[in-house]
Design a protein around this ligand. Structure first.
Ligand SMILES: Nc1nc2c(ncn2[C@@H]2O[C@H](COP(=O)(O)OP(=O)(O)O)[C@@H](O)[C@H]2O)c(=O)[nH]1
Ligand SMILES: [Mg+2]
Length: 199
């Protein structure tokens, strides 16, 4: 749930990076952390297991500057993708203003992507939220892998993107597509906010 503080002229929005295990959600946040100037970001909190799996979630607060006179803050979260962490995923998802779905472009991961998208829909529904009402951007990550291993953007759109949502091919390790994704989701979230706010 976005927080708008009119007296301090601040807006705080929550963006959740969702997707199957090892699709590159944490890598997105690490890249953003490394590129946002230190005075515009807080500490990145990462709770991972020894094998580098996200155990609970990652959290990264950033400032995107002033929009319509309001200092705009985004709190970026990532969920653990592994199936058995669903309770944590639900918790992190609560009150999200926008969701980035990070898909793994590898052909052999297609079922995991579909399952995770369905899980997103089910978890939102349980919270009384229709997935179609939530600002959502799809990111097709790992596009750097050999072409014979991955699906192209149009193939992934056919398989995952029935609603014609914004989709961004990416390689979060090198950073390609990472800020494009963040810009796309923040634009959707801010547009939603301006539609909802009292005139
Ligand atoms: N080749 C390639 N590997 C990636 C990319 N993004 C992430 N990875 C690797 O995939 C693994 C899982 O990434 P991670 O960000 O921890 O996934 P998460 O479970 O979604 O948070 C790590 O070994 C990353 O280095 C990418 O764009 N291309
Ligand atoms: Mg992770």
């Amino acid at each position: 749930m976005s927080l708008v503080n009119f007296s301090a002229r601040e807006i705080t929005c929550k963006i959740v990076y969702y997707g199957p295990g090892r699709s590159g959600k944490t890598t997105n946040l690490h890249y953003i952390y490394g590129r946002v100037p230190a005075d515009r970001r807080g500490t990145m909190v990462s709770l991972a297991t020894q094998t580098d799996r996200t155990l609970f979630f990652d959290f990264l607060p950033i400032e995107l500057g002033t929009i319509s006179g309001f200092a705009t803050r985004f709190q970026l979260y990532s969920v653990p993708g592994q199936v058995y962490y669903n309770a944590t995923r639900k918790l992190v998802l609560q009150g999200a203003d926008g969701v980035v779905f990070v898909a793994d472009s590898q052909a052999r991961q297609l079922d995991e992507n579909i399952e995770s998208l369905q899980n997103l829909q089910a978890n939102l529904l349980e919270q009384g939220v229709d997935v179609r009402a939530v600002p959502l951007v799809l990111q097709y990550n790992k596009q750097d892998l050999p072409p014979e291993l991955i699906l192209q953007q149009n193939e992934l759109d056919d398989a995952l993107n029935f609603r014609g949502l914004p989709s961004v091919p990416a390689d979060a390790l090198s950073g390609r597509g990472v800020f494009e994704t963040l810009k796309a989701i923040s634009a959707l979230v801010l547009r939603r906010l301006s539609q909802e706010s009292p005139k």
